[in-house]
Design a protein around this ligand. Sequence first.
Ligand SMILES: Nc1nc2c(ncn2[C@@H]2O[C@@H]3COP(=O)(O)O[C@H]4[C@@H](O)[C@H](n5cnc6c(=O)[nH]c(N)nc65)O[C@@H]4COP(=O)(O)O[C@H]3[C@H]2O)c(=O)[nH]1
Length: 725
Amino acid sequence: MIHKADSEPVPFRERQRILVADDNLRLLKSLTDLLGEQGYHAVAATDGNEACRLLRQHQFALAFLDLNMPGRDGFQVMEEACRLQPECALVVVSGETSFLSVSRALRRGASDYIRKPFDPEEVLATLESVLGRQSLLRAHEDVQQRLEKSETLHRYIVNNSPDIVFMLDEQGRFCFLNRKISNLLGYRPADLIGQHFRLLLDKGESFGSNLSLDDPGISTDRPATFEVRLRANGSMKTTRHFEITAFPIDPGSWNSAGDPEERHLSERARYYGLARDITERKEAEAFISFQAYHDLLTRLPNRALFRDRLNMALNQANRYQHPLAVMFLDLDRFKIINDTLGHSVGDRLLQAVTQRLEKCLRKGDTLSRFGGDEFTLLLPMVPDRDHAAIIARKLIDALKDPFRLDNQDIFVGVSIGIAMYPEDGQHIEQLIRNADLAMYQVKSRGKDNYCFFDSSMNVDTSQRLTLERDLRRAISHGELEVHYQPQVCLRTGEVGGLEALVRWRHPQRGLLQPAEFLPLASETNLIAELSHQVLTSACEEVGQWIAAGYSDLRLAVNLSPVQVEHPMFARRLMAQLRQAGFPPGNLEIEITENVIMNDLEKVSQTLRELAQQGIRIAVDDFGTGYSSLNYLHQLPIHILKVDRSFIQSIRAGNEGACIVDAVIAMAKGLKLEIVAEGVENQDQLDYLRARHCDHVQGFLFGRAQPGPVVQKLLDGQLLPAAVQA
Ligand SMILES: Nc1nc2c(ncn2[C@@H]2O[C@@H]3COP(=O)(O)O[C@H]4[C@@H](O)[C@H](n5cnc6c(=O)[nH]c(N)nc65)O[C@@H]4COP(=O)(O)O[C@H]3[C@H]2O)c(=O)[nH]1
């Protein structure tokens, strides 16, 4: 009785198809029956050709083949089977038992050989054994394939990791590196294997405690993390920042029995690590911190960094008892350059100025841009005031040569205030403030120079600051008023003109005269806003009187040097007149000789522009300034205002009167009108009248008064009888 083996069931039996090829039909049947009984799906072929056809049509787990068959013999079928279904096991069932046939069959791929007539038990045992081997082989192949897949996957993951993956041996030498190292640092992994990881550290990076991996506290769960700069190979960007995460490898966790290469690696590797490229983050952080502490235009330290450095320098100076100097630098004429030539030129000028200033300094000095055109300079190691003075002079001289920007030469100066530690201040703010005060002193004395802080400056300054604050408020709150002083025509005896004079109705201090606030307004540039307001109010008020019938009434306004020197002055003034609807022919501007002499060429051009528009130009305080009268025929001057001091001397009967005579004579010769200022009494008036002076102005005819009072004066012509005569 043929029966199935009790032992291991034949794997996949029920589904397995078995080919049986034999031309001996009896044998064929008995073999197929035997297999059928055992639950196999036996398919019979009576010759070699049929066997090959079946092999082409179906998948077989095993084929029992006779060797001698018509058509194709068993060897040929085996060949075909190996070609078509290499995984199909082949067992020869043959009466041929010669060594030659057996060995030939085995060479052609037969797994076993059964002699005819066959013993069913032997057939089944062979079947099970061959199929068992087959199944083991398949399982092995499957495992192999899965391993390969897993290997490929892991290799892919490791090599395509965004980070450098590495392993180090006990001494810190690389024993594994993924390909990322090539992309990020330009090294071939093979070139680094066996090299110490220190080879990659950038120069400044010390192999200190933070790079030590043998800390017992480091483990897989608590890896060491640190940031380092690594050197790139060849032409790549020289250094990059990395965050390294590394930990010791637990030998028990790495079972590497299989692959010899892996085993070799597992024997040597002691540390596993990832190096993440954080260069971009680092650069962004560096930029943010640079931005926080530097001025981006000049790339100089900003206020915050300057304070920080000054703080450190003060600690040092205090500890070692040595002096230091703080300088406050303010560029002269920068605002005008910026307004006229535009911000781009202004910016480039600041950069060029910075470069020149930096060339005068030593490594430990800190030049910072404090804001606008202000710089501060810290000289932490200056031995004394004399040395500080030498450096200040050097800085001033460095800016003497013109800057060539946009095909033009630009001149800019610098005013420098110096405060010395410890005598001028012990603290940061004190030193900066006192240097600033000293700088203001330079500005008020004529710019382009330096000056050391002096304690007397403190007092002026606190008053100055209060006044400046109040004046700003006065301008914005409309506390300024315009008063008018009449100028009387001696030929007609009537008011021919009004001089607009500003007053400040201070909420606490009452009505302030210009001498009390104009110098400050000029220093702080508030003068521009102030003058704009005065002119607007005066044009509006006097414009109404002109429109109401006093068509020849002249309005005289005072202009400060800062205003006239501004290159846009003429254009702005004309625009303001147009806006106010004030006839330019009724306007007279008063400028002092100082303004003219400051920059004769430029002022002359401005005055010409204004004169062409019908505006008349008067030289104020004539005779008190420059002795050169040359400008009188170079400029479009219409009026000379003889200074009050000469008029006052008429009464005393001294030489002042002679000057008045001379001025009047000269004016007549040059066909200029004369206005005598500060006429206070009848004698002066008579004197002037006798010399055919054109106009007079002074307390004798009235002080400067608010608009409504002046209007009454105009309407009633309430002038002293003396004038009418
Ligand atoms: N002792 C004496 N003084 C007389 C007499 N007649 C007139 N004065 C004063 O002499 C000054 C004449 O003005 P200034 O020479 O242009 O001198 C002016 C002018 O240079 C300037 N100023 C006044 N208002 C303005 C303004 O709106 N803008 C500008 N830029 N400067 C102004 O302030 C200066 C002083 O102005 P004020 O104090 O108003 O002083 C005025 C006026 O009040 C007199 O008979 N005796």
